[in-house]
Design a protein around this ligand. Structure first.
Ligand SMILES: NC(=O)C1=CN([C@@H]2O[C@H](COP(=O)(O)OP(=O)(O)OC[C@H]3O[C@@H](n4cnc5c(N)ncnc54)[C@H](OP(=O)(O)O)[C@@H]3O)[C@@H](O)[C@H]2O)C=CC1
Ligand SMILES: CC(=O)[C@@H](O)[C@H](O)COP(=O)(O)O
Ligand SMILES: [Mn+2]
Length: 386
């Protein structure tokens, strides 16, 4: 059996570390050939010494200089800046690129990987939120395989049969750390409270998104592009245990769900091995010990407006999802820095979407221009420092 070359974008993050863990369990199947990250030079140096890739890249040039110095004499190329990350994404000996940079910064490198004909294991949901139709067109044009890593979309992918016979998709949402809270209780929420997800250990940005329900909104848009169903056929149900990762209801009434303990190494292993399966060290699901699984309606939009904002952006199309995503990234970063309060996250997204209005997206260059404009607008409307 020949081994598969793997490039990982965002190797120092939560998905990146879990991906390396799965690869380490199967050294005969996977060769880690290229790694990239942002600023965490210490973690990258340790990963490079352990996995011995051919190349690593740091988006941050100071971090790249630190990695270059630490890896002198190790026969590992070190690249810097976004160009370096793009080289890693399209590295010649990689067959698959794992897209796990957080936020819109992942879009250019992931498009580069597609154009270099790499199969894509996609964790970065922002790519599809921002560029859905253009992104899927590139996947078709370059004839590469796109396998979702996001747990809900991996679940649907695993039980997917034929979209013609689907009645609806049902995405499960944990409800996050503030499940059941009302708007008046959310005023004084702190970053430490917002990143404390009840079931998953994840990066700070997606953890805040889970707490506002924006994560589920982004996932509705992601599901639309991956599986081709309109907003009206994509539902959300709250499931606090995160054991049922999502469901597909077919027109004959049959509902297929995928279950497992909440551990991202399962969807990562599915993406790396598809259409085969590989063993992982993920614990078995002990249903008698769990006792029961609970399901509730999604929260009232007056308490958690972000989910409905995302549905609205999907229905509007054009620039709306790009603006939604950009404003959310600015607002979440500002909240994490203590510059705005928790409830101002949604307020700033609404203001930015209202300010920029409706327009079609004409090209990928136009999309990046709108993204930049939306980020600057959100900063101005929120009176935030650039
Ligand atoms: N964590 C999870 O369980 C899940 C995550 N996802 C999605 O996967 C993606 C990654 O999430 P997660 O792993 O939690 O995030 P983390 O914050 O843990 O990791 C983000 C990674 O991206 C790198 N990075 C950040 N900015 C840049 C940049 N400008 N250029 C290059 N690299 C950059 C970081 O590098 P450094 O730290 O070195 O600065 C880090 O390696 C997100 O889109 C998220 O929505 C989806 C489902 C589940
Ligand atoms: C692990 C994963 O896929 C996350 O996107 C997760 O779904 C977040 O949980 P929420 O359901 O709370 O958004
Ligand atoms: Mn998810």
């Amino acid at each position: 059996m020949s081994s598969k070359g793997i490039a990982i974008l965002g190797s120092t993050g939560s998905i990146g570390v879990n991906t390396l863990d799965v690869c380490a369990q199967h050294p005969d199947r996977y060769r880690v050939v290229a790694l990239s990250a942002g600023q965490n030079s210490a973690r990258m140096i340790a990963q490079a010494k352990h996995f011995r890739p051919e190349v690593v890249a740091m988006a941050d040039t100071k971090a790249a200089a630190e990695v270059t110095e630490a890896l002198a004499g190790e026969n590992i190329r070190v690249l810097a800046g976004e160009e370096g990350v793009i080289e890693v994404a399209s590295w010649a000996s990689a067959q698959m690129t794992v897209s796990a940079i957080v936020g819109g910064a992942g879009l250019r490198p992931t498009l580069a990987a597609i154009r270099a004909r790499k199969d894509i294991a996609l964790a970065n949901k922002e790519c599809l939120v921002m560029a859905g139709s253009l992104f899927m067109a590139e996947i078709g044009r370059y004839q590469v395989r796109l396998i979702p890593v996001d747990s809900e979309h991996s679940a649907i992918f695993q039980v997917f049969q034929n979209s013609n016979w689907m009645r609806r998709l049902v995405l499960t949402a944990s409800g996050g750390p503030f499940r059941g809270w009302r708007r008046q209780q959310l005023h004084g929420v702190t970053p430490a409270q917002a990143v404390a997800h009840p079931n998953w250990s994840m990066g700070r940005k997606i953890s805040v998104d889970s707490s506002t329900m924006m994560n589920k909104g982004l996932e509705v848009i992601e599901a639309h592009w991956l599986f081709g169903l309109p907003a009206e056929q994509i539902d959300v149900v709250v499931h606090p245990q995160s054991i049922v990762h999502s469901m597909v209801e077919y027109q004959d009434g049959s509902v297929l769900a995928q279950m497992g303990v909440p551990d991202m190494r399962t969807p990562i292993a599915v993406a790396l091995a598809w259409p085969e399966r590989i063993p992982t060290t993920v614990k078995s699901l002990d249903l008698p010990k769990l006792g029961q699984l609970d399901f509730y309606d999604k929260p009232d939009k007056r308490d958690f407006p972000c989910l409905e904002l995302a549905y609205e952006a999907l229905r509007r199309g054009g620039i709306a999802p790009v603006v939604l995503n950009a404003a959310n990234e600015i607002a979440v970063a500002a909240f994490l820095e203590g510059a705005i309060g928790y409830l101002e996250i949604a307020d700033l997204i609404v203001k930015t979407m209202d300010y920029l209005g409706h327009a079609p997206i004409e090209s990928i260059d136009h999309l990046f221009a709108v993204d930049l404009q939306a980020r600057m607008t959100a900063q101005q409307l929120g009176r935030l420092a650039h």
